[in-house]
Design a protein around this ligand. Structure first.
Ligand SMILES: *Cc1c(COP(=O)(O)O)cnc(C)c1O
Length: 348
């Protein structure tokens, strides 16, 4: 078996994750807990390892998209509460959620009735979080009807509404107005729920952007994803915390050549050299997750040098301009993504 790093590989710095968790916790009051969002294999960083690190650093909850992701964490030995943020539709996944002690999201009436039936047949008393759609338009009780439906769901004997939450559509936009509207709707719903005797222990609304932009840091649970991994979601949110990117993608050079000016490279010849150019073929492409749409727009790093990507990115290979790095050799690895690589630039 060849070593995994013979052509391209990912390195994850769990120390950076722990550091980021501590940074985020520094923003939260003593009665507020951090829910580490680890859906999609912890944004590609490895769900179990990231979850263990985040919990050890002080996160008290984990958040996933699917029941399968929650089960993976349970099998990895994680015992903290796990919120499933996606919708459960099938009885099998509801049964599995109950069996593994996951906390489902309830986003409509039918789903609540099915969950209640499933919980009843298993003699379980299932903690759920009600999701209110206050403007994202994706998942949740539509806000104008939320009180009526929530009241009905609260009457289901085997469901316990332990949380109520919403999700912002515009928290990472510089204009706060749309988020104010959503926050206002959510606050009114929470008040109205209290008035009818529904007082969930957890109220949550803040993703990374809302957690960073203090005006939308409300409730007693913060659902933070992107920030854990070291990124601020938008330029105006940078510098609020010292966040360290945790992931680095490396790929090896498989061929080097000198190309004169005026030569088209890769599919479509969408890049033409404008000077004699030293070109590196690198063993990473869109099948590895480097989007073809970023062709001619990204740069890698090698020993402090910036190496622009040139020509159409192909399935498992890509070309890079290494003219400024005369010492680079076949077999060297370049940093395609991560702290030392460059963010996407304009087209070249
Ligand atoms: C993905 C997700 C989050 C985390 O969002 P970030 O912007 O990565 O912090 C929070 N809440 C819900 C419902 C999500 O789907």
């Amino acid at each position: 078996m060849l070593k995994a790093n013979h052509r391209a590989w990912v390195e994850v710095d769990l120390g950076a994750i722990a550091h980021n968790v501590q940074q985020i916790l520094g923003l939260l009051g003593p009665d507020t807990q951090l829910l580490a969002v680890v859906k999609a294999d912890a944004y590609g960083h490895g769900a179990v390892a990231v979850s263990r690190t985040a919990v050890a650093a002080g996160a008290r909850w984990l958040g996933v998209a699917t029941v399968g992701e929650g089960i993976e964490l349970r099998q990895g030995g994680l015992t903290v509460p796990i919120l499933v943020m996606g919708a459960l539709r099938q009885r099998e996944e509801m049964a599995a959620a109950i069996a593994h002690g996951l906390h489902p999201t309830v986003c409509d009436r039918d789903q609540a009735y099915l969950l209640n039936e499933e919980a009843t047949s298993r003699g379980a008393y299932l903690p759920v979080h009600l999701k209110i759609d206050t403007g994202m338009g994706r998942l949740g009780l539509p806000w104008p009807e939320a009180i009526a439906i929530a009241t009905e769901i609260a009457g289901l004997p085997h469901l316990a509404i332990e949380g109520v939450y919403t999700h912002f559509a515009n928290a990472d936009e510089p204009d706060p107005a749309p988020s104010w509207t959503q926050q206002q709707r959510f606050a009114e719903i929470c008040q109205a729920l209290t008035a009818v005797g529904i007082q969930p222990q957890w109220q949550h609304q803040s993703n990374t952007a809302a957690t960073l932009a203090g005006q939308f840091r409300r409730g007693n649970l913060m659902r933070v994803g992107l920030g854990l991994y070291g990124y601020a979601p938008a330029p105006h949110l940078q510098g609020i915390l010292d966040l360290q990117p945790a992931l680095q993608v490396w790929a090896r050079i498989t061929q080097l050549k000198e190309v004169p000016a005026g030569v088209g490279l890769s599919y479509g010849w969408r890049f033409v050299t404008d000077r004699p150019t030293r070109v590196a073929t690198v063993a990473i492409g869109y099948a590895d997750g480097v989007p073809r749409a970023l062709s001619n727009r990204i740069a890698a790093a090698w020993r402090g040098q910036t190496l622009p990507q040139i020509g159409t990115i192909t399935m498992d290979q890509s070309l890079w301009d290494v003219t400024t790095a005369p010492a680079i050799a076949v077999g060297d690895a370049i940093a395609v993504l991560g702290p030392t690589a460059m963010p996407p630039t304009g087209p070249r």
